[in-house]
Write a protein that binds this ligand. Structure first.
Ligand code: HEC
Length: 133
């Protein structure tokens, strides 16, 4: 009996592992640190408050990164959504932002995947929508 349970546990863990791989390839925990300490810090200062990942569904976040426009989704957007994970941007704030400094060496594509994984993980239709990121 004991044997069956542990086999079952391993099977479930493997399943969970596969499904989370299928969901997103980035590291959502790294993405969360960056989102909270870089994206949210600026949103509080300049966008009138934090923008929660739970404000959008997974599909809306995918669209957002596909269009690659930050802020207003039209010609008035000043930056690409990916600009705020770029090394250039991290470099520009590293003296005042600890996360940007610590994560300076991470390649831009990799960090973008981490942030995508985080918003996917806590989106409106995820298992754990986060309210106050
Ligand atoms: C330097 C400041 C700053 C940084 C850094 C920043 N944002 Fe923003 N963000 C804003 C401002 C200001 C707005 C409000 C809209 C506007 O004026 O562009 C905004 C709006 C948004 C919106 C709302 C757009 C919508 O759908 O209505 C999203 C989503 C967003 N930011 C995502 C991010 C993500 C993800 C990051 C980090 C990778 C990030 N932002 C980093 C300043 C920033």
């Amino acid at each position: 009996m004991k044997h069956n349970i542990s086999f079952f546990t391993v099977f479930i863990i493997a399943l969970l592992g596969f499904s989370s791989l299928a969901e997103a390839k980035g590291n959502w925990k790294k993405g969360r640190i960056y989102y909270r300490m870089v994206c949210t810090e600026c949103h509080i200062e300049q966008a009138g408050g934090a923008i929660s990942p739970a404000e959008k569904t997974k599909a809306e976040w995918r669209d957002y990164f596909e269009r690659n426009l930050h802020g207003p989704q039209d010609a008035s957007a000043k930056y690409a959504a990916s600009y705020f994970v770029s090394r250039e941007y991290r470099e520009s704030i590293k003296d005042t932002n600890r996360a940007a400094k610590k994560m300076l060496k991470i390649p831009e594509d990799k960090l973008l995947e981490d942030v995508k994984a985080f918003v996917d993980h806590t989106a409106k239709d995820s298992d754990q929508p986060s309210r106050c990121e």
